[in-house]
Design a protein. Structure first.
Ligand code: GLU
Length: 314
């Protein structure tokens, strides 16, 4: 590439954005958390953070949105840092094949959630992070960790979203109470859910999210600084969980179409990892039937194909 030429990756993002921006089929915005119902389905943001330090964006990439379950990747990383493999005595590592907030398997499996990326599993992870702390401190620790990863102290929790889910999170309360009855939550349900609802209410832009997730593409190290966040093996394993469990009962389809580890959230964001190469964040608030961003999934499918990123290609 010579001076003045646009980078091919920027061209890809611009093309994908232009192709999808005019789409009329955009899915439905989540409204079971009332505050999320205000999101504008017309929004579409794309951001790529390369492991070599360069980044590219298109569309609404600097608009903060509610990352919801994408935050589970960061809390899982924190919890593994605290208790290591002992986490796997309380949470499984298998795809659930059921909805993000399903309670069905918990009864058969004695209160042990299938994996840390469904709601029940992430609630156990929140319980682990809460150990020895008050909820406020645990929430502070999570926010500081995400700010550190993204190298951006402006990242914050949206209090209106956290309040909205605290008022209406009946299903998560049921999951948490059920697990507590099996002894798989060690703290009071209200405190654990306080941590969970607040980390789900983290507000990041695509640019910030791609940067925060980049350690997973960079063998566990921060891009640029070289600082190690997790070991290379742990980064690989978190990526494996994202691939198999990151899109709930749509995980197989996401792996088939995109071919990258990814984690979605009902705010319409998705973080995807091209190991060794890039971290990609996309956002479009309309969801498909599995609760994953409809246009976000399509955008990732197109970006991965055009850039030649798939963990399955030789
Ligand atoms: N806070 C949301 C819930 O617990 C997260 C779900 C998601 O983003 O998939 O319902």
């Amino acid at each position: 590439m010579t001076a003045g030429e646009t980078d091919p990756l920027q061209l890809i993002l611009d093309r994908v954005h232009a192709r999808l921006q005019g789409e009329t089929e955009r899915g439905s915005v989540a409204d079971y958390i009332p505050e999320l119902a205000h999101a504008d389905p017309g929004r579409l943001g794309l951001a790529v953070q390369l492991t070599d330090g360069r980044s590219f964006v298109a569309g609404d990439a600097d608009e903060p949105f509610s990352i919801q379950s994408v935050s589970k990747v960061f809390t899982l990383t924190l919890a593994l840092g605290k208790v290591g493999d002992a986490l796997w005595r309380r949470v499984g590592r298998e795809p659930s094949g059921s909805a993000f907030n399903s309670i069905v398997q918990l009864e058969y499996e004695q209160g042990i959630p299938r994996n840390p990326l469904i709601n029940a599993g992430a609630i156990v992870v929140a319980d682990v992070i809460l150990a020895g702390h008050e909820p406020r401190e645990a929430i502070g620790e999570i926010v500081r960790f995400v700010r550190f990863l993204a190298d951006d102290d402006s990242i914050r929790i949206d209090p209106a979203v956290a309040r909205s889910e605290t008022r209406t999170g009946y299903r998560n309360q049921a999951l948490a109470n059920y697990m507590r009855s099996f002894g798989n939550l060690h703290h009071e349900v209200d405190k654990v859910l306080g941590v969970y609802f607040h980390h789900c209410a983290l507000s990041l832009s695509c640019r910030q999210l791609a940067r925060a997730g980049a350690f997973l593409a960079n063998r566990g190290r921060l891009v640029g600084g070289g600082h190690s966040v997790v070991s290379e093996e742990r980064a690989r394993r978190i990526n494996a969980l994202m691939l198999t469990c990151g899109h709930y009962d749509g995980s197989g389809d996401f792996a088939f179409r995109v071919g990258l580890p990814g984690k979605s959230g009902v705010g319409g964001g998705i973080l995807a990892i091209a190991p060794g190469v890039a971290s990609v964040a996309v956002w479009s608030p309309g969801l498909n039937a599995n609760g994953n961003s409809l246009l976000g999934s399509r955008a990732l499918e197109m970006i991965a194909r055009e850039a030649g990123w798939s963990i399955f290609s030789g």
